[in-house]
Ligand binder design. Structure first.
Ligand code: IMP
Length: 422
């Protein structure tokens, strides 16, 4: 399968890094198509943990990696990652390519993200406060500064000056915080330009050529389906196109180039930040699942909210992404529960029952989960070639409900703890 998209099928943190890592082994080029340093992918290899924020996880294998036009990039964070995972591991510069069309997260984006959340108070989105939303807003507003702009000091300075004329007013007058100073900033970004110059490439052309040459390309989405700006649980979403369709715009290739879409879903559900979550666990199992699953944000360290598997939401993810196979991760975490409620439908405000994701946000907010309870398997997964019968039934139940094959099952944090099925 020359072009495969890997997409998070829930609210992010599904364990995509691990599945990308697995599939990257047989790929030639691994690309990130959306999001910025607000995402975090964790991969554990031989007891060593890699936490990646912007560079695709394929870098752990030393694969050629690419950051597409649909991403936003914080140059300071990216340079740290390059130091740690590219040059720091002796990988050549041509292992990483950056689209000049990707927008940069500027210092005022971070300040505005933080200030705006503070101001929203109880109504806050619960963002990662990494400047992601304001950077995408400026991109749409056509006030953004792209990676390619850092190579012309005159243009860069001009653009920073234009943006600051507006942003400093917001910072000072609306949010009451310190303004950003032009000179220091222009100098700092020029130094970033020196570091990033070797990595800039025409990434759309690069992917097109790779596909024409029959090379295997992985397109990795950040975050998850329900955080998609257009189809997610708005306004509690991120600001980019997280779904498989976003891979086309975010990389600059046509939809006909995509052969397969792998949806990565946890065997339960987590969510960070605010917003409705019908299957959120009430009671002590919440903390138990969080501790067992190590459910704390990769980037922010925040506690993740935990819930039972929601097949209504997953059915929606299958539809939005055209998922052709599922990777069900962290099944091992469920080994410690005797009974496993799985949400198969929602009961809506008017008492009707639906197995499709509600189109209206208020319906989703008020949706009550209808559970079918499956038996636990009462033993830790041993990482062998087969699952205990009850665990197999859990996986088959998911397949049957969604009509999509579960091709991989995650049975532990280590790289090789993945069961490949069928
Ligand atoms: P932002 O992307 O920082 O603007 O945050 C918007 C919403 O998306 C918040 O609810 C975040 O917690 C959530 N979010 C952003 N990135 C991730 C991720 O990688 N995993 C899980 N949630 C995320």
């Amino acid at each position: 399968m020359p072009a495969t998209v890997i997409v998070g099928a829930q609210w992010g943190d599904e364990g995509k890094g691990k599945i990308v890592d697995l599939l990257a082994r047989d790929s030639d080029l691994v690309c990130r198509y959306n999001g910025g340093p607000n995402a975090g992918h964790t991969i554990v290899v031989d007891g060593e943990t890699y936490k990646l924020r912007q560079i695709p996880s394929g870098i752990v294998w030393g694969k050629e990696c690419l950051i597409g036009a649909g991403c936003v990039v914080d140059p300071a964070v990216l340079i740290d990652e390059i130091d740690e995972y590219v040059t720091g591991r002796g990988l050549p510069e041509d292992c990483l390519h950056l689209s000049g069309n990707a927008h940069m997260i500027m210092p005022w984006h971070l300040l505005l993200d933080q200030a705006s959340e503070r101001r929203l108070g109880k109504l806050q989105i619960g963002t990662t406060r990494r400047g992601n939303g304001p950077a995408y807003a400026d991109k749409a507003h056509r006030l953004g500064i792209r990676l390619q702009d850092i190579f012309d000091p005159k243009i860069l300075r001009q653009k920073i000056e234009t943006a600051l004329a507006e942003k400093n007013l917001w910072l000072e007058r609306i949010y009451g915080v310190e303004p950003v100073e032009l000179e220091e900033l222009a100098a700092r970004y020029e130094s970033y330009a020196q570091r990033l110059r070797p990595y800039l490439a025409d990434t759309s052309l690069l992917v097109d050529r790779a596909l024409r040459d029959g090379r295997r390309v992985l397109l990795e989405g950040g975050h998850g389906t329900l955080l998609d700006i257009d189809n997610g649980t708005y306004p509690f979403v991120t600001s980019s196109s997280t779904i498989a369709g976003g891979a086309c715009t975010g990389i600059g290739i046509g939809p006909t180039r995509i052969d397969a879409v792998v949806g990565v879903a946890k065997a339960y559900v987590t969510r960070v930040g605010e917003g409705p979550f019908p299957t959120e666990i009430d009671g002590s199992d919440q903390a138990r699942m969080r501790d067992l699953g190590g459910e704390f944000g990769t980037v922010t360290g925040r506690e993740r909210r935990c819930g039972w598997l929601d097949l209504v939401a997953l059915r929606y993810a299958v539809r939005l992404n055209g998922i052709t196979s599922i990777a069900l991760t962290k099944l091992d975490v469920l080994s410690f529960f005797d009974r496993l409620p799985v949400c198969i439908a929602y009961e809506l405000r008017d008492g009707t029952r639906t197995d499709e994701f509600p189109e209206h946000q208020s319906d989703f907010h008020a949706a009550r989960p209808v559970y079918e309870t499956l038996e636990g398997w009462g033993a830790e997964l041993d990482g062998g070639d087969d699952l205990p019968a009850a665990a197999r039934r859990y996986v088959e139940f998911v397949e049957h409900q969604l009509g999509v094959e579960v091709s991989w099952v995650g049975t532990g944090a280590e790289r090789e703890q993945v069961l490949v099925r069928g």
